[in-house]
Ligand binder design. Structure first.
Ligand code: PEP
Ligand code: MG
Length: 312
């Protein structure tokens, strides 16, 4: 019966008491964006641009980049599209950007830090995104930087975006950004929480290691507390806070995230109906109650169990 319900589900998503929840797609190119648009995604919450260039030995020109990004904008005319600047490095090295061997690449020059070793690379990508938006008539392009650790980085990134009429945001995936959430949000227009890396860095557990799966678990109460800090800051600032890590695709955790004050969830397009069905079974108040209890759980297992009891 649940499978039939999921197959028949159509967006936009609402809780049982009618609160809208924006469900967006994670994409890596124009083809994926078109599939997302044919499915139930309301827009793109995470365009992982580094995945376009995993074999590129030289940096694509601004024109070539603009053509690639434009395909994603064109798949969602008039809808929200959040482009992430290159998150090259660590698990996703890009030949033209990551040249140095690093002992600990997850803690190395990756994400926004690429600008330190590749002069102008962030600026050229922002030029390309702005050009793509103009070419495709995208009126409200959102752009976010990955792996932001300091308020100064957020400030500098926001300046570069605003100079190109791009709406600036950052990913919250380093605990420092959650801990200083109010200060970061004073600089940018939105947050998107990357629970994969936020969990990795909060728990000091490599997300690539299957042996550490009990630690790389977004139900870890410490991770939920960090998410809560970011969401609360969003509420105070009146700025949107979304989640784009794997946690967003877990139907029960999705409810908890909404209860914590998250306003959009971005995931593989195939996961959207499952999450949409679950959201339709609970009220916002139930989500809030579950969120409060789960964030005070003693461990990830108890957190899951509590959520199952309150929301399942
Ligand atoms: C994350 O870290 O949760 C995230 C969405 O980014 P990525 O998985 O691409 O590192
Ligand atoms: Mg990440």
């Amino acid at each position: 019966a649940l499978a039939a319900e999921i197959a028949a589900w159509r967006g936009p998503a609402r809780t049982s008491d009618g609160v809208a929840v924006q469900l967006l797609a994670n994409v890596q190119d124009g083809a994926a964006a078109r599939r997302a648009s044919a499915g139930e995604a309301e827009g793109v919450g995470l365009f992982r641009t580094e995945l376009c260039f995993l074999t590129a030995r030289t940096e694509p020109s601004v024109d070539d980049q603009a053509r690639i990004y434009g395909e994603v904008f064109a798949a969602f005319p008039g809808s929200k599209v959040v482009v992430r600047t290159l998150d090259a490095g660590s698990d996703k090295p890009v030949p033209f950007a990551n040249h140095e061997h690093e002992e600990n690449p997850a803690l190395g020059v990756r994400g926004i830090r690429l600008g330190w070793t590749n002069a102008g690379i962030v600026e050229r990508q922002l030029d390309a995104i702005a050009q793509a938006a103009e070419d495709t008539g995208a009126t409200d392009p959102w752009v976010m930087a990955p792996m932001v650790a300091t308020v100064d980085e957020a400030y500098e990134f926001a300046e570069l975006c605003r100079a190109r009429n791009l709406k600036p945001g950052i990913m919250v995936e380093i605990p420092a950004a959650a801990l200083l959430a109010d200060q970061f949000l004073a600089e940018v227009d939105f947050f998107s929480i990357g629970t994969n890396d936020l969990t990795q860095y909060a728990m000091a557990a490599d997300r690539m290691s299957s042996r550490l799966a009990t630690l790389t678990d977004p139900w870890q109460p410490a991770v939920l507390r960090l998410i809560q800090l970011a969401a609360d800051a969003g509420g105070r600032a009146g700025k949107p806070v979304g989640v784009c890590g794997e946690a967003a695709a877990d139907p029960l955790l999705a409810c908890v995230l909404i209860g914590l004050g998250i306003s959009s969830l971005s995931m593989a397009v195939t996961a959207i109906p499952t999450v949409g069905v679950q959201l339709g079974k609970v009220t916002l108040e139930q989500c809030r109650e579950a969120a409060a209890q789960v964030a005070s759980a003693r461990n990830a297992r108890d957190a899951r169990e509590l959520a199952r009891r309150l929301l399942g």
